[in-house]
Structure formats: structure tokens, C-alpha cells
Design a protein around this ligand. Sequence first.
Ligand code: NAD
Length: 237
Amino acid sequence: MKIDDKVLEKLKNAKTAFALTGAGSSEPSGIPTFRGDEGFWKDKTPFTIEAFNENPQKVWEWHLEIKELISKKLPNPSHFALAKMQSFFKIFAVVTQNIDNLHQKAGSNKVIELHGNIYRNKCNNCGKIFGEINSKKMPECDKCGGFIRPDVVWFGEPLPYKALIKARAYAESSEVCFVIGTSGVVQPAASLPLIAKENGALVIEINREKTVLSDYLDCSIFGDASTILPDIYERLL
Ligand code: NAD
């Protein structure tokens, strides 16, 4: 499915935009989505602090496996199209729920990570931040001796405050919001397109299928983000 000419015209006139991306934008790179059929995530849940407290070593090993899969994957044309949009719009940001670092690898320079980054770690006790750690054995903090965990947001945990505030500011001030490859059921990220809409933005969804958000937005383009986004970018020029 292609973008409608009338919507395209409005897009061409906009100066400010942001994209909210979810697991579907990295699916064409070969990273399974959370709610897809693949068993990859299912045998590793639950992603909760309770699971970590019960067996930190096991949860650490799950994340090593996830990082191993992700580290072999490359950005796909949807990531590159978003990176190029930086030069089309005066202000453009990517607000992502993904933890895979692929937007940054594709060249996006304003990426707001709502759910953290699998390559970063933090002390579960004092919050000290660490870079990538590949040890099989769960490491301990050199400052306080606490357990080190991946710096990603697990179910039931609050989102990083600064990232959420920045994302909200884009939702409140942008003329365009793209909603790409997200099922729209993980809050508070899923409310950002609605905040954008409420503030007058043109909200365009790109997804393989209808979502719980679709009926509230200006238009939905159904199909693969890795073909639709490059097409939109080409037609913007
Ligand atoms: P989700 O798994 O709930 O939904 C993915 C959505 O993408 C679905 O609506 C699906 O129809 C759509 N989709 C799948 N392939 C697509 C494609 N090629 N083009 C367009 N749309 C496509 O993902 P979510 O809403 O992002 O929520 C799951 C949470 O799990 C995320 O918040 C994230 O933290 C985590 N997660 C991250 C990654 C990653 O970093 N790549 C992968 C899986 C899960």
C-alpha cells in the first residue's frame, strides 16, 4: 500500500516531525517482534524485576542471548529512510521502543530510547552506568557490589524520565508523527501518537496490520515498513 497523494502534500509542507518506532521496524532486519509467532522471546519471559531478583544469573544469560542475536543484525531500508528524513524536515527525531541500537547504526542522530539499550548496563542497586559487558557470569558493581543488569526497561518498570519528557515534547510540538511497526499496546509509548493527534499533528501509521491505534489516526499504510518508508522518502523529494 502506498501513501495517499493528499497526505503526501501535507507531509511536504511540514517542518517538524518525529517517528515512534517499535519492534516491527527491526523485523525486516531479522529481529523477531515480541508478539510475533517466533519462539525467540517466549522462552525468555518474564522480563520483570521479580524474575531478576529470583534468578539474576538466568535473566543475565537471556539478555546475552538477545544481544548476540541483535549484534549480528544490520539496519534495514526503514532505518535508513528515517535517517535521511533528518535532512528533509527542519526538526526530526526518532522515539524508539527498540533496544537494538539500529537507528543509531543507520545514522539517525536524534534517537530517544524509551526502553533503553541492550548494549548498555547499569547497577541494579546504585544505578551506575556501564558499557557493553560480555561476561557469561553476571557482573557486580565496582562501586557498591550490587548486581549489574542490562539498561533496558522491563515490564512494570518506569520509563527513563528524561527520555519520556523529551518524547512528550516532540509529541506536543511536531506537525507530523509517524507510528512505525508498533502494536500500540505498550504504555506510555502508545499514548504518544494520541498526544500528537490531540495537538494537531498529522499522524501516519505504518504497520503490517490494523492496530488498536489505527482508528484514531489520520491514515494507516499497511505493509512492510522497509518498503513503505523508502517510498515515502523518495516521493518527498
Ligand atoms: P510488538 O512485537 O508488540 O509489535 C510489533 C508490531 O510491528 C506489530 O503491530 C506488527 O504488526 C508490526 N510489524 C511486524 N513486522 C512489520 C514490518 N516489517 N513492517 C511494519 N510493521 C511490522 O512490538 P512493540 O509494539 O514494539 O512492543 C514490544 C516491546 O518489546 C518493545 O517495546 C520493545 O521494548 C521490545 N522489543 C524490542 C525489539 C527490538 O529492539 N528490535 C524486538 C522485540 C521486542
